[in-house]
Design a protein around this ligand. Structure first.
Ligand code: CP
Length: 305
């Protein structure tokens, strides 16, 4: 296992299985005791060039619970990017003010580029439709916590598997754990071949569907996703698929007792609100787990855990 200290996290594939499990174990410690003031001499920057509620605020919450300082912006509109400043110049400048940069950017590959020019570590908080590795870590934490294991599970992913970056990271990570995958999407939003290649290389099975009722009884985890309207080049194509999958409470009747419904959130209409009170609904606890996992990641990258 390499040192996590001082390393950027751009793609979940930057971490080995052992390193992923180490972050989850540290996160369990923060779940038990969240208020550990180990970051009092540090400043973390959050640069969000794209909207966010959970990722930005849970990172900021994580830093505050650790006793660190936080700077940053929630929109490119209030930064000098608006005046034409390059990403490189922004990163080089902010690295003078902070020990670690958390960045979300709409451009695929922007986080990798930032990590190559930055003197301080970069955590990718989502780059376009590419990767969302910290969401992946909190998804893994949530799966392990609810199922008692990450091994040998049937994971169903439903919705926008083309543009949804969270499922790309999650498939790559779960390919380390002998997962059987069930991919449910419209034909136009299928899981990209580059991601399915990870499953094949790991010698695992994936099944593809356009209807999702048949996967509900066999799933251990039903991972619902939003159709990512903002990433469609043609708004008419979005109109055709925007209501493709809507989970309601009655549909969970024949599911496993141990099933949990996950969603990275935000949701639009793909999970009916009548599911929220079902004990199988886990998406708000999932978002809460994001704080523990981000505390763990920050602490590990800064060499404090
Ligand atoms: N899951 C997630 O990335 O949510 P936000 O877009 O609100 O950060």
């Amino acid at each position: 296992m390499m040192q996590i200290k001082n390393r950027s996290l751009v793609s979940i594939t930057d971490y080995s299985k052992e390193e992923i499990l180490r972050i989850l174990d540290i996160a369990e410690g923060f779940e038990e005791n969240q208020r550990q003031k180990i970051l009092s001499d540090y400043v973390v920057a959050t640069l969000f060039f794209e909207p966010s509620t959970r990722t930005r605020l849970s990172f900021e919450s994580a830093v505050q619970y650790l006793g660190g300082g936080i700077i940053g912006f929630a929109s490119a509109d209030v930064s000098s990017v608006k005046k034409g400043e390059s990403l490189k110049d922004t990163i080089l400048t902010v690295s003078n003010y902070s020990d670690l940069i958390v960045m979300r950017n709409p451009m695929d590959g922007s986080a990798r580029y930032a990590s190559e020019v930055s003197p301080v570590p970069i955590i990718n908080a989502g780059d376009g439709a590419n990767q969302h590795p910290t969401q992946c870590l909190l998804d893994l934490f949530s799966i392990r916590k609810t199922q008692g294991t990450l091994d040998n599970l049937h994971i169903a992913m439903v919705g926008d598997l083309k543009y949804g970056r969270t499922v790309h990271s999650l498939v790559q990570a779960l390919s380390l754990f002998n997962t059987t995958f069930h991919f449910v999407s419209p034909e136009s939003l299928k899981m990209p071949s580059s991601v399915k290649t990870w499953v094949k290389k790991a010698g695992l099975e994936y099944h593809q569907y356009t209807e999702f009722k048949e996967v509900i009884p066999i799933a251990d985890i039903l991972y619902m996703t939003r159709i990512q309207g903002e990433r469609f080049p043609d708004p008419l194509e979005y109109e055709k698929v925007k209501n493709a999958y809507i989970l309601d409470n009655a549909m969970l009747k024949n599911s496993k007792d141990s099933l949990k419904v996950l969603h990275p959130l935000p949701r639009v209409n793909e999970i009916n609100e009548d599911v929220d009170n079902n004990p199988k609904a886990y998406y708000f606890q999932q978002a809460q787990n994001g704080v523990y996992v981000r505390q763990a990641l920050i602490a590990a990258i800064l060499g404090l855990k």
